[in-house]
Design a protein around this ligand. Structure first.
Ligand SMILES: [Zn+2]
Length: 127
């Protein structure tokens, strides 16, 4: 089953969690945390086609805004912590979650872009 990737497409969610190449699912997408590599170290897929733009950031803002603000309000109202502590903790939690979430979302969007062959619109074919 896993030997034929053409017939059995890899799940974008799984690729997102592992941050792997959208074609072979083996080579890593990123150097360090969020820097893109030039090509896949496993199958040689050129990563130049990738253009997720602001997509991952927009999703991350919506998700994190909801989760962190909701969490901060809940902590504040439930445990009556000092306001400054809640604000500081929210900031730290946001930073950590944002990096993990951006990495995941970017890899998912790359996998979806690769699978659906999405690219910028053109007026004429073959230009
Ligand atoms: Zn690859």
């Amino acid at each position: 089953m896993t030997s034929d990737h053409e017939k059995q497409p890899l799940s974008p969610i799984e690729l997102g969690l592992k941050a792997r190449c959208p074609r072979c699912g083996k080579g890593p997408l990123f150097q360090q945390v969020l820097n893109m590599r030039d090509r896949c170290t496993s199958c040689g897929l050129d990563y130049k086609f990738i253009d997720t733009g602001d997509g991952p950031a927009v999703f991350a803002i919506f998700i994190l805004g909801f989760v962190v603000l909701g969490g901060a309000l809940w902590v504040q109202l439930t445990y009556d912590t000092p306001l400054l502590l809640t604000v500081l903790l929210s900031g730290i939690v946001t930073l950590i979650l944002a990096l993990g979430l951006l990495r995941f979302l970017k890899a998912v969007l790359i996998a979806l872009q690769y699978r659906n062959k999405a690219e910028e619109g053109r007026l004429a074919k073959g230009e």
